[in-house]
Design a protein around this ligand. Structure first.
Ligand SMILES: [Cu+2]
Length: 141
């Protein structure tokens, strides 16, 4: 059954805070573009405020050619990134997307990310629902 999540957008100065029926997203931000690179990374905190497990199965943005959910993993003593096809959150669980951990990996960024810019992301869940939110570009210096 398709559940329509009603979005309540509460926008303080920072952080941007999005609440859906069963998902709460806060502290969404994007790394300022590094000159000479065309990849980017988006971060946020997501909480499953519902009573059943939810799974992130994909993401979308107009800001880049492609986007994937990634995680950093240690392999053979090397820090590598891998695509996460499905990320499950138990009821009540919070996962923080942050540098060195989970991130939204953007390939082929269309416009350089400058501090203060807004980037819109959409997360897709295994039940067919999705949630959209804005992230603010922050300086990394
Ligand atoms: Cu990555």
């Amino acid at each position: 059954m398709q559940i329509i999540k009603r979005l309540l957008l509460i926008s303080f100065i920072l952080p941007i805070h999005v609440m859906a029926a069963e998902v709460e997203i806060s502290n969404a931000w994007v790394k300022e573009s590094i000159p000479g690179t065309e990849n980017g990374a988006g971060y946020f905190t997501i909480s499953n405020t519902g009573t059943s497990v939810i799974s992130i199965v994909g993401a979308d943005t107009d800001a880049s050619r492609a986007i994937e959910v990634h995680q950093h993993v240690m392999r053979d003593g090397m820090m590598r990134m891998r695509r996460v096809p499905e990320l499950a959150l138990e009821a009540g669980e919070t996962v923080v997307f942050q540098p060195g951990s989970y991130h939204l990996m953007m390939f082929g960024v269309k416009n350089t990310f400058k501090p203060g810019d807004q980037v819109e992301f959409t997360l897709h869940f295994s039940d067919g629902d999705s949630v959209s939110f804005d992230a603010e570009v922050r300086t990394i210096r």
